[in-house]
Write a protein that binds this ligand. Structure first.
Ligand code: AQP
Length: 321
């Protein structure tokens, strides 16, 4: 059974990516699981090419540093030829209406001056990511279920029109994980591409910077140290982060503290301790470019090999190639 998950290098990996996803991938995955750095997905909005290249490497180093086995990771663009070919085949099996209906496309396109065509077609590329690897399951949050549904429809349609080639993937709801909110504005999710990084803890931030960011986290003037997410979202976020780092519940950790200042110090130390081994390992990988390159090349080779027969069969059945 293969599960496939990805992280887009649209910025530096942040605490939410780690607590909500990467740490689980490293801890709970089964040997057949695959994880990739979805750098092609970062091209759907304006970006800097040199920065994207370095973020892709850094993100790969973070996945490995978290403990994901080297033989389970790859970088998406290393398969750009295979994915480009399969995407085209799938685009020709997808209607314009299906693509334009995607809620995420409508949300992201809204308010953008120039909407890249890639923003419309990226769910088809995502279908190619999934179908090329023959993934059985794709763990997703609410915002991605529609895209996996599209991958299912395209796989079924292709299989019934041209012949059975693709595994029809299932979307599985990622179990309840920490949803880390921005420290400056706890009403919005912590995100790697947020312009103002004051409220975002990046996993490779220096420990003193982590402490500073957490000490400045928005709370409230209630001075009630209780876990009440609706009324005290900033405080609840800090309690959830502390709970997630210490393996306890937010209600329990709230009982250990009496002032916001004391709580923030405890959160900062817990986050610094949680990230320290990850940061050290990631920096080691980044200090050894040849080693990282060879892990990356081997991952690409394995992923290419996995997808080779599927792509060849799809092209043959579609009457091309
Ligand atoms: N704040 C978060 N709390 C918990 N989990 C989070 N994830 C992201 N932010 C949080 C999870 O991290 C995984 C990889 O994320 P992604 O790169 O696929 O895209 P994203 O969810 O859009 O992540 P960001 O950081 O918010 O990026 P940008 O700024 O580009 O939008 C996913 O499993 C995601 O749920």
């Amino acid at each position: 059974m293969t599960r496939l998950s990805a992280i887009t290098p649209s910025g530096h990996a942040q605490l939410g990516n780690y607590l909500g996803a990467i740490r689980r991938w490293a801890g709970e995955g089964s040997p057949g699981d695959l994880y990739f750095v979805s750098d092609l997905h970062a091209m759907t909005v304006s970006y800097n090419p040199a920065k994207l290249r370095s973020l892709s490497r850094e993100t790969l180093a973070v996945l490995l540093a978290a403990g994901i086995a080297p033989d389970r990771v790859f970088v998406q663009s290393d398969l750009v030829r295979e994915l480009g070919a399969l995407s085209w085949v799938l685009e020709c099996a997808c209607s314009y209406g299906e693509a334009a209906r995607m809620t995420q496309f409508k949300q992201k396109a809204d308010g953008q001056g120039v909407v890249r065509l890639g923003l419309l077609t990226y769910p088809v590329l995502m279908a190619a990511d999934i179908l090329l690897q023959g993934a059985d399951e794709v763990p997703v949050g609410q915002d991605q279920t529609q895209h996996v549904e599209l991958a299912r429809s395209l796989a079924r349609r292709f299989n019934s029109t041209y012949g059975d080639v693709f595994v029809v993937p299932r979307a599985v709801m990622a179990g309840t994980a920490a949803r880390v909110m921005d420290l400056s504005d706890p009403t919005r999710k912590m995100s790697k591409s947020t312009q103002d990084s004051a409220g975002v803890v990046f996993v490779l931030d220096d420990p003193d910077l982590v402490r500073r960011k957490i000490s400045r986290a928005a709370t409230d003037s209630d001075n009630r140290l209780e876990y009440r997410p609706t009324f005290q979202p900033g405080l609840a976020n800090l309690l959830e982060i502390l709970a997630s780092c210490t393996g306890r519940s937010p209600i329990e950790v709230a009982e250990d503290h009496t002032t916001y200042g004391e709580l923030k110090e405890a959160v900062a130390e817990a986050v610094v301790a949680e990230l320290a081994p990850l940061r050290a390992q990631a920096l080691e990988y980044l200090d050894d470019p040849a080693g990282l390159d060879s892990i990356r090349a081997a991952g690409a080779e394995r992923a290419r090999e996995r997808g080779k027969h599927i792509l060849e069969a799809a092209l043959r059945m579609a009457g091309v190639g």
